[in-house]
Design a protein around this ligand. Structure first.
Ligand code: ACO
Length: 447
């Protein structure tokens, strides 16, 4: 049982407070004083707590990393209780309003906003690495006609490693930077080719005259026009969505990027793994699930019955809840506002009415209030993507494009961090003790 002391004097036995934790091991009666740094204990400090010389030492058990910091990081700050998200100290609201994706990607990667000259050089480099090797294109063409775009995206990212074998030199900063530029530049092209493929359309090559998102729209939409003019409202809205999705500290996909990268594999292979993690319905695949859910509900009048089902444990309210945010996800707020601007151009998504009613009821309902379940980034993003004309199967790809900046920044931070080693958790073994092999004839029959 954990006992707590209510008085500071008692807790410190009259001594001045120290940044330490004293643990008494009741198995042995021994006491240990462990340092507390940044509100954290080092799990390895527990190893000295042993019953005897044979004992392995104390470990922590933390499935799903519920209370474990796996790294020190200076990239993204989240206060989930207050609904705060900042990249390198800058509030997400200011970046969404005043920055653009490429500038934000620079900030995330290099730690500072670029000067005008730095930005121009950065933009030039990205724009001049957007083309794919023709063999990559051919590789993509080999997918089944109805292949899901995210499956193509993940596989193609992995395949890039075979085209850039020098990428294995992960400890060499200039080589790392070259792969970073390539990945940020090429993901929109890979994304667009995967989309065109799933629609049976010819692939459209990049246009270096357009902005990052303008070029993406062109590669997605271009048909027979002699000159393609991207819609400025849609282009800006997608750019804002990209800013919002650029990083989100140690989420499932980023953790995969760091864990895979910790083996010192090339960044293409690591990023393919990160994108695969993002694909799941509890992570980046959630906005697709939101739309499926809204369609299933079908009508505003069915919302209360649906909420009751969720409360009975028959399914989840997709797009609600977050491991970190126990308040309104600040990205969801910005997306809701951006949606209004997009719907002005595209017409209102008929599912919006159902979404608004779900949000209204859920935010008043004791079940959701007591569990601090609020709309997350995925609740409204799917509605915007759908209004822009994208099929749901393309949504995770639209998430992966901007998250590339975050994955790569986190990967560099991990590679350069002297505290990091190959990521390798421990386990509590729950299986049999030693057993001797039994030949098949002696195993009995399975009746
Ligand atoms: N609908 C209904 N109940 C929920 C939901 C939900 N969306 N999310 C959590 N709960 C309930 C759980 O049933 C649990 O209730 P209990 O205490 O009575 O058992 C409680 O809230 C805590 O839930 P956990 O699953 O323990 O929370 P966790 O932090 O593990 O899960 C997650 C976070 C996966 C995001 C969860 O909220 C969820 O499944 N949401 C729906 C999927 C979704 O929108 N994912 C996108 C997240 S954002 C992103 O990845 C980009």
């Amino acid at each position: 049982m954990v006992t707590q002391s209510s008085s500071t004097t008692h807790a410190t036995n009259g001594n001045p407070p120290r940044d330490t934790l004293t643990i008494t091991d009741n198995r042995t009666g021994k006491a240990y004083e462990l340092p507390i740094t940044d509100g954290t204990l080092r799990a390895m400090d527990l190893r000295q707590i042993r019953t005897d010389a044979e004992d392995f030492g104390l470990m922590t058990y933390d499935p799903a990393f519920m209370n474990t910091a796996s790294t020190r990081s200076s990239i993204t700050y989240i206060d989930g209780d207050k609904g705060i998200l900042r990249y390198r100290g800058y509030p997400i609201e200011q970046l969404a309003e005043r920055s653009n994706y490429l500038e934000t990607a620079y900030l995330i990667l290099f730690g500072e906003l670029p000067s005008e000259a730095q930005y121009k050089e950065w933009e030039y480099k990205i724009i001049h690495h957007t083309f794919l090797h023709e063999k990559i294109k051919m590789l993509m063409q080999a997918f089944r006609y109805d292949a899901r775009p995210m499956g193509m995206f993940i596989s193609t990212i992995a395949a890039l490693s075979t085209f850039y074998p020098e990428a294995l030199q992960v400890n060499d900063p200039p080589t790392r930077m070259k792969q970073i530029v390539r990945l940020i530049a090429k993901v929109p092209t890979i994304a667009a080719f995967s989309y065109r493929h799933s629609r049976g359309l010819p692939y459209v090559y990049p246009d270096n005259e357009l902005s990052y998102t303008g070029n993406l729209f062109r590669m997605l939409d271009m048909m027979t026009q002699s000159k393609y003019e991207p819609d400025p409202v849609k282009t800006r809205a997608l750019d804002i969505l990209f800013v919002l999705h650029a990083d989100h500290e140690q989420n499932c996909g980023t953790n995969a990027m760091r864990a895979i990268g910790s083996s010192r594999v090339d960044p293409y292979s690591a990023m393919a793994g990160a994108a695969a993690a993002l694909y799941g319905p509890l992570h980046g695949g959630a906005n697709e699930e939101v739309l499926k859910m809204l369609k299933l509900i079908g009508n505003v009048k069915n919302v209360p019955a649906f909420i009751e089902k969720v409360k009975k444990g028959e399914g989840r309210l997709m797009g609600f809840g977050h491991r970190v945010y126990k308040n309104y996800d600040p990205r969801a707020k910005i997306i809701k506002h951006t949606a209004d601007q997009v719907f002005h151009v595209t017409g209102v998504n008929p599912l919006l009415e159902i979404a608004l009613e779900l949000e209204r009821i859920a935010l008043q309902d004791e079940y959701f209030v007591s569990r601090k379940l609020y709309p997350n980034v995925d609740f409204y993003s799917g509605l915007i993507y759908q209004a822009m004309g994208f099929p749901v199967s393309f949504f995770p790809v639209l998430f992966a494009i901007p998250r590339t900046a975050g994955w790569l920044a986190q990967w560099v931070e991990m590679v350069e961090d002297p505290d990091q080693k190959i990521a390798r958790p421990r386990q509590i073994y729950t299986g049999y003790g030693l057993r001797n092999f039994v030949p098949m004839y002696a195993r009995g029959t399975d009746t």
